[in-house]
Design a protein around this ligand. Structure first.
Ligand SMILES: [Zn+2]
Length: 228
């Protein structure tokens, strides 16, 4: 059985990672348009750098939860037949033991060079404008896909959805495209579709089945079912 699992903020929220869209519409006290758009970076690069530097440092204080660990367990059983596509920019899937993870919205622990286009693993700050390890110019930005930018590896995601038997969405609001469109795409290609989310998402009616509750409970239970 080939499985694609799409994950979103809900799975990391249970580890204590602040979600992008809290009830007040702010992300750690910032408006999205002030820290998560190319325009914000052009106008106030130091504000944007400090914001992501703080998010990167905060990763050290959080740990993967049972939902992350369960997906690693599923990968151990399914191997290449499982792909985790995450909208999250944290590294909790990897630290939970997953290796086949596609970060469609980029990664906090990576820097993108506006000079050469190279992506480099990054665990330090960017606010002090370090040089690119590849080309030496000081044009590094957070390797995060901002509003108005195209997510990574859409072609590979689409090709994987084309031949998947089961599409599972975990902890996503169903409000952010293109990820919100994956359920319909996979369903049209013949995949069964399952939502695991704290609350019914905006697209919950598009799934063949939906279960609602904490990811740290729903995901391990579902993985047990699949492996049982
Ligand atoms: Zn470079």
């Amino acid at each position: 059985m080939r499985v694609v699992v799409l994950t979103g903020a809900g799975i990391s929220a249970e580890s204590g990672v602040p979600t992008f869209r809290d009830a007040d519409g702010l992300w750690e006290g910032h408006r999205v348009e002030d820290v998560a758009t190319p325009e914000a970076f052009d106008h106030q690069p130091s504000v944007v750098h400090r914001f992501y530097d703080a998010r990167r440092a905060a990763l050290l204080a959080v740990q993967p939860n049972p939902a992350h660990h369960a997906l690693a367990r599923l990968e151990a059983a399914l191997g290449d037949d499982l792909l985790v596509v995450t909208q999250n920019i944290d590294d909790l899937h990897e630290r939970g033991g997953s290796t086949r993870v596609l970060h469609m919205h980029g990664e906090l622990r990576s820097a993108l060079c506006r000079g050469c286009g190279g992506r480099s693993p990054w665990d330090h700050e960017l606010a002090d404008l370090p040089p690119c390890p590849r080309c030496g110019v000081t044009e590094l930005r957070p390797d995060v896909v901002w509003f108005g930018e195209v997510p990574y590896e859409m072609e590979r995601i689409q090709q994987t959805l084309d031949r998947t038997d089961l599409f599972v969405s975990v902890g996503t609001s169903g409000a952010v495209y293109p990820a919100a469109g994956f359920v319909q795409y996979a369903g049209r290609r013949g995949a069964r579709t399952l939502e695991l989310n704290l609350m019914p998402s905006e697209g919950t009616h598009l799934f063949d089945e939906a279960r609602h509750g904490p990811a740290s409970e729903l995901v391990p239970a579902w993985v047990d079912e699949v492996l049982g």
